[in-house]
Ligand binder design. Structure first.
Ligand SMILES: CC(C)(COP(=O)(O)OP(=O)(O)OC[C@H]1O[C@@H](n2cnc3c(N)ncnc32)[C@H](O)[C@@H]1OP(=O)(O)O)[C@@H](O)C(=O)NCCC(=O)NCCS
Length: 173
């Protein structure tokens, strides 16, 4: 198994992986046009030419990036694909010289070994626009984790009417 940067022909497989985890609010749905537009955010893991896992690094700026849309086919779990994805996304964050990587998750135990720690702070530029389309937006149970110093700067304007949750945010990666 290997992790590699995603290319446009991977978009359909990525959508299928994400779709399988949206009904329970684990991941946010991503449309095909959205995936094509953001395909450079994604890495995939292939096993014998089949895409068995995907994940994305969304860049907010040098101060912050977010790991999201991580999913591995149920049949391929436990083989190390999830680890390959996180490592590849963290390598990309280093290449981009991002100082802090965040993730919003219900499985903190999966991310802790990579150096992520739980934070109760709100994150500059983690815009809660995504929350608006999350089925769990009124009962968010995700845990915010960061790897690296909490950013102090903010580059994007806040969205009117979107309040930042105190403990967790996101509502699907
Ligand atoms: C989470 C997920 C990506 C893990 O993928 P995977 O390929 O099974 O993970 P790996 O085989 O690389 O496991 C790496 C390590 O994480 C651990 N791990 C796997 N799933 C875990 C979980 N749900 N909670 C805590 N630890 C987990 C493994 O035991 C392994 O630990 P080890 O190094 O001590 O053996 C996969 O279970 C998945 O797609 N889940 C559904 C979607 C999801 O929850 N995505 C994350 C949203 S934040």
């Amino acid at each position: 198994m290997d992790a590699r940067s995603a290319i446009l022909p991977d978009a359909v497989a990525i959508r299928a992986l994400i779709d399988a985890h949206t009904s329970d609010g684990t991941l946010l749905p991503r449309s095909l046009p959205e995936l094509y537009e953001n395909i450079r955010d994604f890495v995939v893991v292939e096993d014998d030419g089949v895409v068995v896992g995907c994940g994305a690094l969304h860049l907010y700026g040098e101060h912050l990036a977010e790991i999201r849309s991580i999913a591995v086919m149920p049949e391929a779990r436990g083989w190390g694909a999830g680890r390959l994805l996180v490592r590849a996304l963290l390598r990309e964050s280093l290449r981009q010289q991002v100082s802090c990587v965040c993730v919003f998750t219900r499985i903190p135990g999966f991310f802790a070994p990579f150096g992520f720690v739980v934070t109760h702070e709100t994150l500059p530029d983690k815009l809660y626009k995504d929350c608006r389309r999350c089925a769990r937006r009124h009962a968010c149970d995700e845990i915010a984790m960061i790897r690296g110093p909490l950013p102090e700067t903010e580059v994007a304007p806040r969205l009117a009417g979107i309040r930042r949750p105190i403990v967790a945010a996101g509502g699907g990666l």
